[in-house]
Design a protein around this ligand. Sequence first.
Ligand code: GAP
Length: 433
Amino acid sequence: MAVDDLGKLVSLCKRRGFVFQSSEVYGGLNSCWDYGPLGAELKRNIKDVWWNAMTRRDDIVGLDASILMHPKVWEASGHIENFTDPLVDCKKCKQRFREDMIQDKKKCPNCGGELTEARLFNLMFKTYMGPVEDEASIVYIRPETAQGIYVNFLNVQQSMRLRLPFGIAQIGKAFRNEITPGNFIFRTREFEQMEMQFFVKPGEDDKWMDYWKEVRMKFYKDLGITPSKLQFHQHGEGELAHYAKQAFDIQYEFPIGWQEIEGVHDRTDFDLGRHMKFSGKNLQYRDDITNEKYTPYIIETSAGCDRFLLVTLADAYREDPENERIVMSFHNKIAPVKLAMLPLMKKEPIDNYAREIYDMFKKHTNYAMQYDVTGSIGKRYRRQDEIGTPFCVTVDFESLEDKKVTVRHRDSMAQERIAVENLLSYINDQMNK
Ligand code: GAP
């Protein structure tokens, strides 16, 4: 059975240590969430898979730019002028709404009360840099990671001696003072982005847009996300961001409906052009073979890390009433715990032998693992199923004689006997599939 509401995921996440409400002991902080031990592992795995897919190729390099940037960056990017949502207040119940998200623009969707006129609300968080809190010391907390890449375009290109086309990838936090955050970690005010900006020669942008659409969709399918729950949505005239010539969302069918997880945008030469204008610096690219000089076009792939994490949770969730279990069928590469070692009994010499095998994995891999000796073996399997551990290894009396262990597969529940001397390479092979 598929997950039919987010509530089930929220409670599983809390119960099993994936996601907790931020500052829970104080009643929580609206739209802020903390990743628990398993959520932190899951998130690291997602970031690793993305980083490896994007930077372990010859035409993309990584970057880690600072969150606070010169305020002029946000003038140039258009965020000060355009990064706004129309906000309305209910005169009766005082709730706030994004006007573009409600059907009847005159009536409060909560209580039917009268709504105020819409006013534009800028989504950037502001703070002060240094000890004086005045206009001159205002800085913005970045609402996207992309700008750190644009302003470093020439630094990266020249220091790494890169020729077009090439890309710069970055993972980092972004902050938006969303009017209506919600749906668990789907829309929050603090979140992490995984963005890549690909710089190309003007005129070659359509070709690269097609290329990146395909590569990015394949990324999700390769991680086992249900293909029928993935689709492209092309932005129409009214939807296009101020910088975009063409934009496609990769959408997933969440329990709350079809929603964006990643945007693939043709940003033209807007960003570099604007930074040249506002900084007065020449950020043009010079082809060292043809000597041509031009402002590159940019194809951007912009994914939400937390939002994709929610996809991995929703897509992995299965109820299996026949076997009285809930299973999180994560792809091996992102499963937070890779292997559980379950000695049949908490007794020598079984326990000892199990420890030996467990230590061998610790020495030769960096897998997150669990060693569990408490409760019946059936209960232990179910505990691991619920956190999505792909392999359980059981050591029993026979193991001491034949030097073999039972490997139990999470999804099929199939079991096979594997020689201990082959176990490490067997699990490594499975993990790399
Ligand atoms: N640099 C382009 C850019 O930021 P975006 O469509 O505004 O584009 C890209 O954001 C991705 O960031 C979205 O597809 C989504 O996954 C994620 N994202 C944006 N706002 C978010 C929020 N408030 N909470 C969680 N994720 C968010």
